[in-house]
Design a protein around this ligand. Sequence first.
Ligand code: RAM
Length: 523
Amino acid sequence: MAIQKKENHFYMTNHAFVMKAEGLKKKLNTQTEDPTAIVSVEKDPNAVFGWKAKKIADIESLTEKSYGKGQSLIIDFGDHQVGYLTMKIRPVGSPPDAPLHMRVTFGEMPLEMGEDFSTYDGWVSSSWLQQETVHIDVLPHLLQMPRRYSFRYLKIEVLDTSPKYTVAFDEIYCETVTSADAKKITSLTTTDPMITEIDRVSIKTLQDCMQDIFEDGPKRDRRLWLGDLRLQALANYETFKNYELVKRCLYLFAAVTDENGQVSSNLFVAPTLIPDDTYLLDYSLFFPVSLYDYFVATEDSDTVKELWPTAYRQIELAFKRVNENHLMEDDVSGAWWCFIDWHPTLNKQASAHAVLIYAMKRAAELARAVGDDKQVADLETKIAQMKKAAIEYLWDEQQHCFISGEEKQISWASQIWMVLAEVFDTEKSRQVMKTLLAERPEIGPVTPYMYHHLVDALMLIDETTVARQIMQEYWGEMIEDGADTFWEAYDPQNKGFSPYGNNLFCHAWSCTPTYFIRKYKMD
Ligand code: RAM
């Protein structure tokens, strides 16, 4: 993937859309969460990330002990939290004759409590690691940390006090924030404990990512990405039903496009609304798809009417890559042109071709809703042409699978997306999935994002039992491996895999089992 710094990144702002999005911003729900235990962490070769936590004392004993130079403690909040931390710190001994100097580390998993952050050498910035050092001049002190953290564990290291005093912690709590309303969740009827647990963890994942916008991850990037938004919105319709938040995010994307009208793959919302200079073909196409899903969930035709031109434009722009044979052109420049999944050697041509068909189908429904018959007809012609091209150029009858790119790569992603695009009828698609699951090509899914599409494809062809089994195995294994919210990346064949050299745990795009469980009454 080539990450380029662009000197001139032009974009256009539709101020009316910005205002509309701002008008939909709501006060976040807050709650105070107390820690549950004092723990220690130790290396464990059997743990996915090499570390495990062990309770060493009840939280009630917190106030009994005081800490001096070189001493530390680890607090467990018992579950994943997103919010602001407060600590009541009291000096013990002589009057403090020097400031308190301490380091505070927040971690979603035990490994972040065990490993030394200074050794981090992944390619995303180390500034995302949640660690601060603070000096406190006057004690006792109520420390209210100004930044928002995403964590379950908290490590406090006393770097120095003075030989004459130590410090004790009388109270530690987290003020959590979310735009999700837990009261909206209805209970499941299942007696299957695994389904109940997968549903609960999915909802918690979604809840912790629902802030002013649908964030991709509450620890990093804390940003609105279209691919993530699409899946979060689907899970949200079945759970929290916060339709306004989806609407807000759709307006935000439509408000800032490049000079051609393309929506960015992701947005910054502070200090002001700014589109990132990364444009991805599939993510832009998920704008019409997300608008369609929103329409199905809400029947809000006013929003569809207003955002339809932006939605249609994404289809038009994607066509710049479609050649005279109605085939999506591959990109051989090495640029990051399309996402699909984080597999490092995945060829994206076939998947991109299929995503465009998938998006056009939804766009045709939107065109129908806004009453534009010409666009409906045009889209339907293009869908038919591209389906034909998929079979002609990307289908290998002998190997019974779709191929992609110059090297005719066979991947899970290509088969899954072609099934989702309904290039074949249900029966033939079923055969494609059967071959896929029997042959298990090497270029497999590496994130819950791709697993979502695998389960989705199986549901589409009514392979409910297999879909349920894969969902249970994949997300269930993550729970067994210690997930209290679902993670950004998880490859059961290569546990601990991370596209960045370090892992981001709680992550939006992994929250969709609750969507499947509730939408398809999998309980
Ligand atoms: C990651 C983000 C996001 C995803 C993109 C493609 O960095 O966390 O979830 O949509 O990449």
